[in-house]
Design a protein around this ligand. Structure first.
Ligand SMILES: CC(C)(COP(=O)(O)OP(=O)(O)OC[C@H]1O[C@@H](n2cnc3c(N)ncnc32)[C@H](O)[C@@H]1OP(=O)(O)O)[C@@H](O)C(=O)NCCC(=O)NCCS
Length: 148
């Protein structure tokens, strides 16, 4: 069964490990940034640990905007050994349902070459709204949005 819960400092080493396996050096966060996501000093960050039968399989961070109308998917990764089993989609589906009662829209940025992530977001109803020139220094990004 898939569930999720708020990340704590006990999850830090797991989060760093999955990050390393999921992103290249340019996109990876430093541990102080991941600590900041967990600490959530201004009460504007949501960081989830994704669980399958209580085993950690991934994590995600969202930033709420000051206007409170929109939320941004900031980072999201599933452990490579658990990918392609529908867990990422099931988690986001459930999170989106929850956010739809609180926000008007969710948006994100993704590398244009990240086919699996783009396909996943499209399957949940996200639409491409902008091409972000050189957003990743070496590559264009795509901005995707979903109105609830
Ligand atoms: C993106 C990511 C989180 C998806 O997690 P996942 O659990 O593997 O995804 P799912 O198994 O739930 O797949 C859901 C859908 O995504 C798409 N998808 C997933 N992997 C895919 C692949 N390798 N090729 C094509 N489409 C893929 C499919 O549409 C799939 O639906 P389907 O199985 O019904 O066809 C995972 O691949 C990951 O951690 N990638 C590295 C980090 C990353 O790029 N994060 C996103 C940054 S914006």
């Amino acid at each position: 069964m898939l569930t999720y819960r708020k990340a704590t400092f006990d999850d830090l080493s797991f989060m760093i490990e999955i990050e390393k396996k999921s992103f290249n050096d340019i996109d990876r966060f430093e541990s102080y940034q991941i600590k900041h996501f967990i600490k959530n000093p201004h009460n504007s960050i949501i960081t989830d640990i994704i669980l399958i039968n209580e085993n950690k399989v991934g994590w995600a961070t969202f930033f709420t905007k000051r206007d409170q109308n929109s939320i941004r998917l900031y980072t999201f990764c599933i452990d490579p050994i658990y990918r392609g089993k529908g867990y990422g989609k099931e988690y986001l589906k459930s999170r989106l349902k929850n956010f739809s009662t609180k926000f008007k829209k969710i948006f994100l940025e993704v590398r244009q070459s990240n086919y699996s992530a783009i396909t996943l977001y499209q399957s949940l109803g996200f639409k491409t709204t902008r091409i972000l020139k050189n957003y990743y220094l070496n590559e264009d990004g795509i901005k995707m949005e979903l109105y609830f």
